[in-house]
Write a protein that binds this ligand. Structure first.
Ligand code: TYD
Length: 205
């Protein structure tokens, strides 16, 4: 497990992107150097892979889809995350491997065990020391998704996937050794932020 490396996870619309920024700002205000990354993306390869993944017109079988997420992640580790951690910086990831275990595994076609196994092959111990899941409820999901506009991507357009991911994030355990904590997304953003700070302070102890 990599210390100073934290992933924020959750179903689409759970508010994790806001919390990634707030956590990064809090650590910076304590004098830490912090970078944030998003998955898939944050490298040149990752952004290209992201375009393929989100393009619903590109046929992709379940294993190819998972391996594309993992190829983006392997590049991100090598190019960005490992050098940052070696330089003593913090890395906050907006999604990491738990998203693959949920979207392609529990809520997708691969099942949890197969998705976790593929992640394990690529990542080994190169995983966050803390995975924070922001849990939302199905009622909240429809409200939040209704506020979104624009074209829907491969994942947004899959029938029932959003609902299945909400349930999957409630029970996902990830790969053996993963530390997963869940925070109730019904709390307001300031309360969620405070809970996240507590969890991060706990892993530092
Ligand atoms: P993201 O950029 O987080 O979408 P949003 O900003 O809309 O929350 O992720 C893009 C989509 O990719 C999202 O629907 C979740 C999906 N995804 C997977 O299916 N597997 C993965 O491993 C990751 C990282 C994301």
């Amino acid at each position: 497990m990599m210390s100073r490396f934290i992933a924020l996870e959750g179903a689409d619309g759970c508010g994790k992107s806001t919390q990634v920024e707030r956590l990064a700002d809090w650590l910076r205000s304590a004098g830490e150097e912090v970078i944030t990354v998003r998955e898939p993306g944050s490298t040149s390869l990752g952004e290209r892979v992201r375009d393929i993944l989100l393009d619903g017109d590109e046929p992709l079988c379940a294993e190819a889809e998972a391996l594309l997420f993992l190829s983006s992640r392997a590049q991100l580790l090598d190019e960005v995350i490992e050098p940052a951690l070696e330089a003593g910086q913090w890395v906050i990831a907006d999604r990491f491997h738990l998203s693959t275990v949920v979207y392609q595994g529990l809520a997708g076609e691969l099942g949890e065990a197969r998705a976790a196994q593929l992640c394990q092959v690529v990542l080994g111990d190169r995983r966050p020391s803390l995975n924070i899941v922001l849990e939302i409820h199905v009622e909240q999901l429809s409200q939040r998704l209704a506020l979104r506009s624009g074209a829907t991507d491969r994942f947004e357009s899959r029938p029932g996937l959003a609902q299945r991911t909400v349930a999957a994030f409630e029970k996902v355990v990830g790969i053996e050794g993963d530390r997963v904590v869940r925070i109730d997304g019904r709390l307001d953003a300031n309360q969620v932020e405070a809970r996240i700070r507590q969890e991060v302070a706990d892993v530092l102890r």
